[in-house]
Design a protein around this ligand. Structure first.
Ligand SMILES: [Zn+2]
Length: 140
């Protein structure tokens, strides 16, 4: 339902890339033959799509990390059980400590990736998009 002149252009991807890279509007305007005001309006559409793409990637990444951590924890608990059955107290203690660390790591991971938030800022005077996001799946 948008009447944006750029959204329907064949060269939209190239224009979007130029906007994301922060190239000056006057340069993009000249190169693609579109008015600066139209580019300025269109830059909002680019931000919306970038935000959705980042959220999709972030969710996929956190899902992958959670699955990996679940596998690590499962293997650790198997080692713990095996060590207990075999009477290897030292290995059992080490596995129990590792399981505790895995749990802590998962707790941090879940707290940081449960609801990814995407903040986008626009530098004044340029269409440059500065994307920052909280909830990055950083596990310390
Ligand atoms: Zn547009």
């Amino acid at each position: 339902m948008t009447r944006c002149r750029i959204c329907g252009l064949e060269k939209r991807a190239e224009i979007d890339a130029a906007l994301i890279l922060g190239r000056p509007l006057r340069v993009i305007s000249k190169e693609f033959g579109v008015r600066r005001s139209t580019l300025h309006r269109h830059s909002r559409h680019v931000r919306g799509q970038a935000e959705k793409a980042i959220q999709r990637v972030t969710l996929e990444y956190s899902k992958h990390l959670r699955q990996s951590m679940a596998q690590v924890q499962k293997a650790t608990l198997e080692i713990l059980e095996s060590a207990k059955r075999g009477g290897d107290r030292e290995l059992a203690l080490r596995a129990a400590e590792q399981a505790r660390q895995n749990t802590e790591c998962m707790r941090k991971l879940l707290s940081r990736t449960a609801e990814p938030k995407v903040n986008q800022k626009r530098n004044p005077g340029t269409p440059e998009l500065v994307v920052e996001y909280e909830g990055a799946a950083h596990v310390a």
